[in-house]
Design a binder for this molecule. Structure first.
Ligand code: C2E
Ligand code: CA
Ligand code: CA
Length: 554
């Protein structure tokens, strides 16, 4: 390893070394010839030093020239190197001159070959032999050397282009056809790329590119240009062949992972492009989270976030429409990931639901929510209900009710102040299984409500088989009230039927005054939404509460 590093260092400075070495070797030869003269030939063998150096640094010719120069320096015409006289002196000199020249020549040939071998091995490690293009490792190195972009409009992009029909082509013509296509494709793409952007062969049927510090418009422009180079037929042994080429692009602005990650993401974007039959697909950092490997890591991160209490809550008020007063708060989970930034609950909760992690998340929410409810009670914000979202997976836990009751007891809070929201879609299957768990919760006085009502296909009559006492009409129907006729019809019917069934109705996603007025007129019980108040941190909620004396809308 050290040897390779030393070799790399020498290779990188070879021009300078060669330049300095000429006067150095000449100086050494002169000095040594003087020493040889003064010591009457005792230190003659020192002359091998500049001769060997010449061979190592300059190869064949360097070794030979150093050998000959060293020989001339000690020749009887310049310096006699021994005390021998006449013919003996000349034959001695010829013997030594031959030996210097031979050693110089030999070392020169050996060093030259060794250097060429090292360079070749080094080149092969970072290049693709058949095409001569730099390989995947080279691209990873280039990614590794990236400095983080600070400009928010600029990003880096790894691009992978895949020849989709490479296997078919290979089985018909052999692997050379793909090598040839890759070479031609790289040549074509280079014509539209800036000189500083290299094309790499990242896999048998893939090429890769790294575009640094680019903005969205420019990259789209570039992708169109690259794409235009896909269509011309490829030539192989006088046959014209079609390449089915797709591109995957990974957009990122910080390096916080191993460099192979950035290529792997571009490859999975290319697979997406193939699946959706689009010429290219751009994947962002947050989209990359959806892949399964990331998924596992993300779940690990959720665990850590729970341990470190990095998951926190925003609370969104629900108001009583007839009085305008605060009715309660829904606890909504928030997570600022140390690397990916804010991750919305809709991104990590469905994944947590696929594992037992959802149990921890739910109890964490109930625990923190009830603790907050107690704090509010102490501050005089009393008689309000805390709503927590739960999953059907929670209901499958035989100890769920027991654990919830235990928490209520721990905080000394009555069950009627806790509401558990369960989405309508989770009841699409066999509800018989959920009934016992829901019944035991309801028996403990806990309020159960159906969330996102209207998004599934179940009727309220069907849902009334469950011991639920409230229904939340989904935002999709509330948002466009009162302009949208379908919404008006659905919401009106839902309120009417819910009241007949003795259920409380909540409208969520109230974004306008008109929507609020319509709901009031239709005798909807409760409302929640941005028009009333966004989900906010505790301090901000309390500030609004205190300023408006408990009212969130006029
Ligand atoms: P959800 O239960 O339907 O929550 C309501 C979502 O609508 C929240 O999104 C809220 O911020 C948003 N919202 C509120 N008012 C308005 C409005 O007027 N207009 C619009 N456009 N949106 C509004 P959020 O906080 O991103 O939560 C998304 C979902 O994540 C929630 O949907 C819920 O299903 C889930 N979730 C959040 N926290 C938890 C939790 O602690 N546990 C579980 N199991 N799920 C949670
Ligand atoms: Ca909810
Ligand atoms: Ca909802």
């Amino acid at each position: 390893m050290y040897f390779v590093k030393i070799f790399d260092w020498l290779e990188n400075h070879i021009k300078l070394i060669k330049l300095i070495s000429i006067p150095l070797i000449l100086l050494l030869i002169t000095l040594i010839s003087l020493i040889v003269h003064l010591t009457e030939g005792h230190w003659l063998h020192l002359m091998y030093i500049p001769v060997i150096l010449g061979g190592i640094i300059y190869g064949f010719w360097g070794g030979l020239i150093s050998g000959v120069t060293g020989s001339i320096a000690i020749s009887p015409l310049i310096h006699s190197h021994t005390d021998a006289q006449g013919l003996k002196a000349v034959t001695d000199w010829i013997e030594h001159a031959g030996s210097f020249s031979f050693i110089g020549l030999f070392i020169g040939i050996f060093a030259g070959n060794a250097r060429r071998y090292m360079l070749r091995t080094k080149w092969e490690a970072v290049h693709d032999k058949p095409t001569g293009l730099p390989n995947r490792l080279s691209l990873e190195k280039e990614v590794e050397e990236l400095l983080d972009t600070k400009d928010p409009d600029k990003h880096h992009y790894t691009i992978i282009a895949i020849i989709k029909n490479s296997r078919e082509l290979e089985s018909a013509f052999g692997p050379e056809v793909v090598n040839s296509m890759i070479g031609q494709l790289a040549g074509r793409l280079s014509t539209v790329l800036k000189e500083s952007i290299k094309v790499y062969r990242t896999h048998f049927d893939q090429i890769g590119i790294l575009v640094k510090n680019c903005n969205q418009n420019k990259i789209e422009e570039l992708l169109k240009k690259l794409e235009s180079r896909f269509y011309d037929a490829f030539e192989f042994e006088d046959i014209r062949l079609h390449g089915d080429i797709f591109m995957g692009i990974f957009k990122f602005d910080q390096i916080n992972n191993i460099s192979s990650y950035y290529l792997q993401k571009a490859s999975s974007a290319a697979v997406k492009a193939i699946k959706s039959n689009k010429r290219y697909f751009i994947m962002t950092m947050s989209e990359a989270l959806q892949t399964s490997a990331e998924n596992l890591k993300l779940m690990g991160d959720v665990k850590e976030a729970l341990d470190k209490e990095q998951i926190y809550f925003h609370f969104q008020p629900k108001i009583n429409l007839s009085t305008g007063k605060l009715h309660g708060f829904e606890a909504l989970m928030r997570w600022d990931h140390p690397v990916y930034g804010y991750i919305p609950p809709a991104k990590f909760i469905p994944r947590a639901e696929e594992s037992t992690l959802i149990h921890r998340l739910t109890f964490y929410t109930i625990d923190k929510g009830l603790a907050q409810l107690l704090k509010w009670n102490d501050k005089g914000i009393k008689d309000i209900r805390l709503a927590v979202n739960i999953s059907t997976q929670n209901l499958a836990d035989p100890d769920f009710t027991k654990k919830v009751i235990h928490l209520l007891d721990l905080y000394g809070i009555d069950g009627k102040y806790l509401e558990l929201e369960i989405t309508e879609n989770s009841f699409m299957g066999d509800i018989d299984k959920e009934i016992p768990a829901l019944k035991s919760l309801s028996d403990a006085g806990i309020i159960l409500s159906i969330d996102d009502f209207g998004t599934g296909y179940s009727s309220l009559l069907y849902l009334k088989q469950l011991p639920v006492s409230a229904v939340k009409i989904d935002q999709a129907f509330v948002k466009y009230l009162p302009e949208d006729n379908d919404s008006v019809h659905i919401v009106r019917e839902a309120i009417r039927l819910a009241h007949i069934l003795d259920m409380e109705v909540v409208a969520e996603g109230v974004e306008t005054r008109e929507s609020l007025e319509f709901l009031k007129q239709e005798k909807c019980d409760l409302a929640q939404g941005y028009y009333i108040c966004h989900p906010l941190p505790v301090a901000e909620i309390e500030e609004i509460y205190n300023k408006n004396k408990g009212k969130f809308v006029e």
